[in-house]
Ligand binder design. Structure first.
Ligand SMILES: CC(C)(COP(=O)(O)OP(=O)(O)OC[C@H]1O[C@@H](n2cnc3c(N)ncnc32)[C@H](O)[C@@H]1OP(=O)(O)O)[C@@H](O)C(=O)NCCC(=O)NCCS
Length: 171
């Protein structure tokens, strides 16, 4: 499903997007608060994107490429994952290349994703951020998510256990 906003087009992720995602997933600053460190191997990015595309085809998750409406510049990606149609819930995820930060693009894209999630009949959306991922926390709060708890030691990253904040939104 293609979603359009004032400035953006969100279209289903394709395997060929691995080429555009690689420099983003390779950037230590973008990946500072990710469950895994930055990725140096383009083939691994391709494997990840292939699995996201296959999950999108099977309906397990929905992954979108975020691009500018006019020029079709690739800015990043976002998703609804772990879609549970029985319980009517899913998780949200988002990332932008660093050059696209600070322009309200993530907010605009995720507003469209939230509206689309509502049309699917989803009732609850969840998100998880590493403690200190202030940009993501701010984005989630702007979208209306509320903090629901702290997951202590939830992620093992670079040999250290990190705490995560759990957010939820009822649609
Ligand atoms: C999380 C992430 C997508 C947020 O990006 P972002 O650009 O900060 O988010 P927003 O779209 O909400 O934009 C907000 C910024 O745009 C500015 N802005 C400019 N024009 C705007 C507009 N028209 N509308 C809203 N905000 C606007 C805001 O002032 C704010 O800037 P500031 O942070 O310098 O004050 C980005 O930081 C990222 O990709 N991080 C790495 C990946 C990651 O951690 N993902 C989440 C894992 S849980």
């Amino acid at each position: 499903m293609i979603l359009e906003t004032e400035r953006l087009s969100l279209r289903p992720l394709e395997v060929s997007d691995a080429e555009f995602l690689f420099p983003i997933l390779n950037d230590p600053e973008v990946m500072a608060h990710w469950d895994i460190p930055e990725i140096d191997d383009p083939d691994l990015v391709r494997v990840i994107v292939e699995s996201q595309v296959s999950d999108t085809v099977s309906g397990k998750s929905l992954h979108w490429a975020i691009q500018t409406l006019g020029g079709g510049r690739f800015l990043g990606a976002c998703d609804l994952s772990d879609i549970d149609r029985w319980h009517k819930r899913a998780e949200v995820g988002f990332l932008l290349g660093r050059g696209a930060w600070g322009q309200g693009y993530a907010l605009e894209a995720m507003r469209a994703v939230l509206s689309y999630a509502a049309t699917l009949g989803l009732r609850r959306l969840a998100a998880r951020t590493h403690l200190g991922n202030l940009r993501s926390d701010a984005l989630l709060e702007k979208l209306g998510f509320e903090e629901e708890g702290l997951l202590r030691g939830h992620v093992l990253r670079d040999g250290e256990h990190r705490d995560c904040r759990l957010f939820g939104l009822l649609l």
